[in-house]
Design a protein around this ligand. Structure first.
Ligand code: SF4
Ligand code: SF4
Length: 168
């Protein structure tokens, strides 16, 4: 008999707890995302499509050290390096990434590449609309990943210092 009373009391307590949560949620403001009519809001830490960053002079930050690809657990970063020259400077280091591809059919957005990069060249952006029926389109190339040059940087690149060839 005592155990039945105990069962009834614990059931009533559980019911009251559940109803408490329901009532609390009923009083809370409704959160509705109107995507795709309104762009969704992301937390700053959201890991979306990568961005290859530029420095303050508009040069690419990537120096083709391969640390990102070496740390990628999905093996989805493909890089080919090339040397900067006096007449053609693409990055601030000795080398730059002539080819930089990320295969988004394999990327798990773990962020290890971002953590491994010594120059903060690769970061996560907030892009997420990359779904496709054709997986070949999920291999994003450097041209798609690279941050656009600012108007000032573009102007500097169009009118580079004497003897330096424009990267744009
Ligand atoms: S986020 Fe992870 S899986 Fe994607 S490219 Fe970077 S290291 Fe590889
Ligand atoms: S993105 Fe960073 S880690 Fe990857 S090759 Fe370029 S500099 Fe190295």
């Amino acid at each position: 008999m005592a155990s039945k009373i105990q069962d009834a009391l614990s059931s009533a307590a559980a019911l009251a707890k559940g109803m408490g949560v329901t009532l609390k949620e009923m009083m809370s403001p409704t959160i509705t995302e109107d995507y795709p009519d309104v762009p969704p809001k992301f937390q700053e830490r959201y890991r979306g499509v990568h961005v290859l960053q530029r420095d303050e002079n508009g040069l690419e930050k990537c120096v083709a050290c391969f640390l990102c690809s070496a740390n990628c657990p999905s093996d989805c970063i493909y890089i080919e390096a090339a040397e900067n020259t006096d007449s053609l400077r693409i990055s601030g280091g000795e080398r730059y990434a002539r080819i930089y591809n990320i295969d988004y059919s394999r990327c798990i957005f773990c962020g290890y590449c971002v953590e491994a990069c010594p120059t903060d060249a690769i970061t996560h952006g907030h892009g997420f609309e990359i779904a496709s029926y054709d997986t070949s389109t999920l291999i994003w190339r450097k041209e798609q990943l690279l941050a656009p040059a600012s108007p000032r940087e573009t102007q500097t690149a169009i009118n580079p210092p004497p003897g330096v060839r424009s990267p744009v």
